[in-house]
Design a protein around this ligand. Structure first.
Ligand SMILES: C[S@@+](CC[C@H](N)C(=O)[O-])C[C@H]1O[C@@H](n2cnc3c(N)ncnc32)[C@H](O)[C@@H]1O
Length: 296
């Protein structure tokens, strides 16, 4: 979540919590909007190793079944190269049928309803062109908007409007972190993390915690019908590995922002890890999901 390079291990740790946290009502509205289409063109921006696809694909079905064509865009070819293996394991664990294709996979499955999907991973730096596809029924992204700039979101909203696609943008960090129990240093670390988030990232000056709210405002201004939902992570001691990774990342970001506070931040991290190891630490991390539908 901090820094510009994302490790597959970090994306693996967050995948189940992301999936649990996402807003089902927005997904149901989206499925209703897409109902009746036999084939869906779906573009996933900043797809990483494909977690967003694995969450959404079985949920975008209706009773007649639907064929989904997914284009997964990311700047990082190492992450994209993990998509087929991770998605194959995911599909096989659910008893879906998997067939190799040139670039990706074809999966046939039955969730609430039958679906077939094919996957085309494609390397793309989205900074210059926020939506490098000719057409789409749905554009989606997860855990991306803290990285992007206001200019980027304006260009994205305009391009989305031109192609007439819906957008579901999930799990944008919103700047709220609440710990239980609290320890000295929590407020300072949260403030420094949020400051770090607003630094220069791969998309220019990042909006950080404002990304989700600014996206909603820009998409509404462009003419879309908007629905939003708060989708916090609620992590407990059983999320030990994710929490350790998260707290270490926060401490690194906070120290980078305020090097003269590095000692105090290290002491804060030790207190947090001690609490976790004694089975106590809980933390809520705020996120926002945004659904934008072209007016019907
Ligand atoms: C936090 S990860 C989220 C990955 C995935 N959506 C998920 O939920 O697991 C952010 C992703 O954005 C990608 N990314 C960052 N800057 C990018 C850029 N300029 N163009 C394309 N992808 C970018 C990263 O490589 C990374 O995969």
């Amino acid at each position: 979540m901090v820094g510009d390079a994302f490790e597959a291990n970090w994306l693996d740790l967050r995948e189940p919590v992301d999936s649990e946290s996402r807003a089902r009502p927005l997904e149901r509205l989206l499925t209703q909007h897409l109902r009746g289409r036999e084939r869906l063109e779906i573009t996933d921006l900043g797809a990483g190793t494909g977690s967003n696809l694995r969450h959404l694909a079985p949920r975008l079905t209706d009773s007649r079944g639907v064929q989904q064509h997914w284009t997964l865009l990311d700047a990082d070819t190492a992450l994209l190269s993990d998509v087929p293996a991770r998605t194959r394991s995911w599909a096989q664990a659910r008893g879906y049928t998997v067939v190799d294709q040139n670039e990706g996979l074809e999966i046939t499955g039955r969730a609430e309803a039958p679906f077939t999907l094919d996957i085309a991973p494609r390397q793309a730096n989205l900074q210059a062109d926020p939506l490098p596809v000719a057409r789409a029924d749905l554009v989606t992204a997860s855990a991306l908007l803290d990285l992007v700039s206001r200019d980027w979101l304006q260009a994205f909203a305009q391009r989305l409007w031109e192609i007439g696609a819906a957008a579901l943008i999930a799990l944008s960090y919103d700047g709220h972190i609440a710990w239980q129990p609290q320890v000295a240093g929590d407020e300072e670390v949260m403030r420094l993390v949020n400051q770090h988030q607003r630094g220069e990232k791969t998309f220019g000056t990042a909006l950080g915690p404002d990304g989700g709210a600014v996206a909603a405002a820009e998409l509404e201004a462009a003419g879309f019908e908007l629905e939003t939902a708060q989708t916090p992570w609620r992590l407990g001691p059983s999320d030990q590995a994710l929490q350790q990774h998260l707290h270490a990342g926060w401490a690194a970001a906070a120290s980078e922002t305020a090097p003269h506070r590095a000692e105090a931040i290290r002491a804060w991290l030790e207190r947090r890890i001690d609490l976790l190891e004694s089975g106590q630490g809980q933390v809520t991390v705020g996120h926002l999901d945004v659904l934008a539908l072209p007016p019907g």
